[in-house]
Design a protein around this ligand. Structure first.
Ligand code: FVH
Length: 277
């Protein structure tokens, strides 16, 4: 297989391919990043065109879609009869447009969302979500499986990006909430790391079983939107009293206010602006 892009993730992908004994061709803008991979048996391509021509499966993992398109445009004539497996982060429409562009040049396209950090690649626990033709996925499955567990979501090329971004959104929400909580505790002299370890992690762990039920309930009876609106406004007010901003939290109810209504954000902020008498 060919790997285009040897950043932290591309290197991990190439290393997993090499470790599994696959002939591996690599290309990176900063060519020196390939040196140790070449020492371990990878073949360095001088250009993207040469790299694409060298293998039936081309894995792309670069910074973003504009970079990807700039790199692939001069090599478009080599895509016919090959599969481009694009693991670059982007939106569902980015993925669909790229799939159409590749098909227009006679190539196959799979889009992928990597649910792992580089050190997990090639090890149990790493997952890559794929979308695009099932037949293309099945044809190249054995190669893809050396990178991570492979899960095909459907024929719509945009599905993997959508699920990937949804999962990353959940992750960033959790990280942002944890950082805010730790900062709030630090304002009264609490140790933020100990607080997260000893209080927040057990609290969130205890809540995990109810997480699925929060996904579709517009106005759950046991934690109504009306109640949450007041609680979130109080977190924002407490943050402000302690010299922090908690305004980020005002946006949390917008996706679930029935029907999804961004005015709930302004309403929560208005409530937070009211000082207790
Ligand atoms: N690293 C991670 O934890 C996440 C896990 C989930 C998936 N992401 C996505 O993977 C894509 C690549 O991420 P990365 O971690 O490898 O990123 P970097 O280490 O910053 O490497 C970036 C590569 O892109 C090349 N590049 C950047 N700009 C250009 C350009 N103008 N022309 C050609 N290549 C370019 C860069 O080349 P170089 O700087 O080494 O020469 C690297 O190969 C990304 O979509 C993540 O969201 C990773």
């Amino acid at each position: 297989m060919t790997v285009l892009g040897l950043g932290a993730m591309g290197r991990a992908l190439a290393e997993a391919a090499l470790a599994a004994g696959h002939p591996t061709i690599v290309w990176n803008r900063s060519a020196g990043k390939a040196d140790d991979l070449v020492a371990r048996g990878a073949v360095r391509a001088a250009t993207v065109t040469e790299a694409v021509r060298a293998a039936p499966v081309v894995i792309a993992c670069v910074l973003d879609y504009p970079v990807l398109r700039d790199l692939l445009t001069p090599a478009a004539g080599e895509l016919a009869g090959r599969a481009l497996v694009n693991l670059t982060n982007g939106t569902p429409d980015d993925a669909r447009r790229t799939g159409e562009w590749v098909a227009g040049h006679g190539g196959d396209y799979l889009d992928g969302g990597i649910m792992a950090v580089p050190q997990m690649i090639g090890r149990p626990g790493a997952l890559i979500l794929y979308s695009g033709s099932r037949e293309v996925f099945d044809r190249h499955r054995a190669v893809l499986d050396v990178l991570a567990e492979s899960d095909h979501l459907g024929a719509d090329a945009g599905l993997a990006a959508l699920y990937d971004l949804a999962m990353l959104g959940g992750m960033y929400g959790m990280f942002a909430g944890a950082r805010h909580a730790a900062a709030l505790v630090a304002t009264v002299g609490g140790d933020p790391v100990r607080f997260v370890e000893q209080r927040l992690v057990p609290w969130l762990t205890a809540l995990l079983p109810v997480l699925p039920s929060t996904a579709e309930a517009d106005d759950p009876a046991d934690s109504s939107v009306a109640m949450q609106r007041v609680a979130i406004a109080n977190i924002i007010r407490a943050s402000r009293e302690q010299g922090l901003s908690g305004d980020l939290l005002a946006h949390l109810l917008a996706p679930i206010a029935p029907p999804a209504d961004p005015r709930i954000t302004e309403d929560v902020l208005r409530l937070a602006d009211r000082t207790a008498g």
